[in-house]
Write a protein that binds this ligand. Structure first.
Ligand code: SF4
Length: 165
């Protein structure tokens, strides 16, 4: 279905947000209409840091890489989440795979004008490998993982799919 090389930033984000979401996504199941939270995310993305060109790494696509090899990612939420941090790690991992010595990730939160800087340490590198293995484990599951609690599903674009009986 997918192998390690196919694992990209979206897979990593869903791994941390909800494993069921990841499982559905891997099977090509998409919400029919993006909800307001997703649209807001795209709007923030479109209007921020437009001078920079995204870096395409095949499965992974990061917002930009500066001259000191720090990955920059623009986020629509107010503060760093484990999913954001995991994506930053993942992009550094992918860059190292192609010989770029990424130093870490700088996450930008235009809504709150905050930035979060996370160096790519040896521990982070190890975790990035584990995350890819975890995505493959979820992919291989024969049945979909359980839903999160209803309150944790708020804003998820699969809400209608998961909660319409
Ligand atoms: S609606 Fe909830 S259970 Fe379903 S994919 Fe989204 S977060 Fe996961």
């Amino acid at each position: 279905m997918i192998d390690a090389a196919d694992v990209g930033g979206v897979h990593i984000k869903y791994l941390y947000h909800c494993r069921r979401q990841l499982w559905l996504y891997i099977r090509g199941i998409r919400p029919e209409h993006l909800n307001a939270a997703v649209q807001l995310g795209e709007a923030v993305h479109d209007t921020s840091y437009t001078r920079n060109t995204p870096v395409d790494l095949g499965a992974a696509r990061l917002d930009f890489l500066d001259g000191r090899h720090w990955v920059h990612e623009v986020k629509s939420s107010s503060r760093p989440t484990p999913a954001d941090q995991a994506q930053g790690r993942h992009y550094c991992h992918r860059l190292h795979e192609i010989g770029v010595d990424a130093q870490g990730a700088i996450l930008h939160y235009p809504k709150t004008r905050r930035t979060h800087r996370q160096p790519y340490t040896a521990e982070a590198a190890e975790q990035a490998v584990t995350d890819i293995a975890d995505v493959l484990t979820v992919a291989a599951a024969r049945t979909s993982p359980e839903r999160l609690t209803r309150s944790a599903c708020q804003g998820c674009s699969f809400t209608d799919y998961c909660w319409t009986e």
